[in-house]
Design a protein around this ligand. Structure first.
Ligand code: GLN
Length: 482
């Protein structure tokens, strides 16, 4: 069905004109998922109740009632975001049978806008990873090359959007998990400013870094979803009470005299030549549109990965203490006493990468090492953030590659965690600083793999990065670029 390729706003128009029924769209979508997703494996759960919900929207349309913003639009959700009466597993054996009794705030907001939850998407277990290979239920494949990874940890979400198996998705980003897989799958993925979107109902990974964000086929759809999920939530004290702009209205604005910083530390040796070349082409194009390109420096960039993996694992080890066989999901069958119940449950329930991170996190927090690692990392984090603050005194947005390389082969890095951790080299500092950033697809490599570019904005300036992203997207579509 060609309709499945449409964007949110196009589908909305068709509904309004009564040219297609939501139930037809949902049914053909589910059929398509059963067919195509056997290979891609972007979904862990398909919500068949979606058909009933869509039929109710059919009736509304038949009666010419007003439609809400996302009425009848099927959206997939990363499986670490709680959905009432729909399993939420974090792609972990330990939560295999967990069905939340409540919706995350972002889900509540999507539902209030009329969206239909079509299913839950695959991910690295507890969002630990950059390839979706760490799922306890098997990896997701990159729709552009089934031998390659879709990126991670929101690889199921980005693959489902890229292969038109939903109209948009929500992911989570702690160190790059929305942007990196968006780059690998050629879709638009936004990590909003820390505090912009409520995390109530997101299974916590690293609480000082986690953000939920929209993954979409294009920039306009991204603005639509972002507006709906953003804003203060009294259930999440880290969400901020700052007015949410109408992001869509900023699309199409000129970028004349907009200052774009290009940090030299992001174009170092080792980055893929094709990615670099494509980004420079885009910068030229933006210059033609009137933007001013300036080289900048973010001197503490190279400390990002080490800092991130200390802070993220420390917080994760603490957050994951709650999975003890008592409150949620899996409990071991063979134990002699309470202590063994805990250790066996966690030993059997968690995968290898999860255990590695719990051990690492516990180590950096332990007395004796706390000051040398955790405290030091917090200090470096401040330096990294200050780099950005200084840069934003001079420029409006910053452009970098999203990833240093093209999608890699399945299995290529699985047994070398350090190599895998380097996939996040261009994304983690954004989380450490709390800034917003977006991946914009900018074409393909010679072997037809997607390439992405990252736009980083100042705090709560999502509209700026969306606006620039829209200019890039438009030029690429009109082929002013190649
Ligand atoms: N890939 C990074 C990690 O493994 C980021 C994960 C994320 O953003 N959830 O920690």
């Amino acid at each position: 069905m060609e309709t499945l390729k449409l964007s949110i706003w196009q589908l909305r128009e068709l509904y309004k004109k009564k040219e297609v029924k939501p139930s037809e769209v949902v049914m053909s979508l589910i059929e398509e998922i059963y067919k195509k997703d056997k290979e891609i494996h972007s979904y862990l759960y398909i919500n068949e109740k979606a058909i009933e919900q869509a039929k109710k929207v059919d009736e509304k349309i038949a009666k010419s009632e007003n439609l809400r913003e996302l009425e009848g639009i099927p959206i997939s959700i990363k499986d670490n975001i709680c959905t009432k009466e729909i399993p939420t597993t974090c792609a972990s054996k330990i939560l295999q049978n967990f069905i939340p009794p409540y919706d995350a705030t972002v889900i509540e907001r999507l539902k209030n806008a009329g969206a239909i939850i079509i299913g839950k998407t695959n991910m690295d277990e507890f969002a630990f990873g950059s390839s979706t290979e760490n799922s306890a239920f098997g990896p997701t494949k990159n729709p552009f090359d089934l031998n390659r990874v879709p990126g991670g940890s929101s690889g199921g979400s980005t693959a489902s959007v890229a292969s038109n198996l939903c109209f948009a998705s929500l992911g989570s980003d702690t160190g790059g998990s929305i942007r990196q897989p968006s780059a690998f799958c050629g879709v638009v993925g936004m990590k909003p400013t820390y505090g912009r979107v409520s995390r109530y109902g997101l299974v916590a990974f690293a609480s000082s870094l986690d953000q939920i964000g929209p993954i979409t086929k294009n920039v306009r759809d991204n603005t639509i979803l972002l507006k709906i999920i953003s804003g203060k939530d009294k259930k999440d004290s880290t969400s901020v009470n700052i007015e949410v702009p109408d992001y869509e209205k900023h699309l199409g604005e000129e970028i004349k005299n907009l200052k774009i910083g290009v940090p030299k530390e992001y174009f170092i040796e080792g980055i893929d030549r094709e990615i670099k070349e494509k980004i420079f082409k885009v910068l030229k194009l933006l210059e033609k549109e009137g933007a001013i390109i300036e080289e900048i420096t973010l001197p503490h960039t190279s400390y990002g990965i080490a800092t991130y993996y200390i802070i993220a694992t420390a917080e994760a080890s603490s957050n994951l203490a709650r999975f003890d066989g008592v409150k949620y999901g899996y409990r071991s069958k063979n134990y002699k006493n309470l202590f063994e119940m805990y250790t066996k449950t966690r030993g059997e329930g968690f995968g290898e990468e999860v255990k590695r991170r719990i051990i690492l996190g516990t180590y950096v927090l332990s007395s004796g090492y706390y000051e040398a690692y955790y405290l030091k990392a917090q200090k470096v984090r401040t330096l990294i953030k200050k780099d950005f603050e200084l840069a934003f005194e001079k420029v409006d947005v910053i452009i970098t590659p999203t990833t240093p390389e093209l999608p890699f082969k399945i299995g290529e890095k699985k047994d070398d965690p350090l190599k895998m951790y380097l996939s996040d080299i261009f994304t983690v500092n954004v989380n450490l600083s709390g800034l917003p950033a977006i991946n914009i697809p900018i074409g393909f490599s010679l072997n037809k793999l997607p390439i992405g570019l990252q736009i980083i904005g100042n705090f709560f300036k999502e509209e700026e990065i969306l606006k620039v992203g829209y200019v890039i997207e438009k030029n690429i579509k009109e082929e002013k670029y190649e």
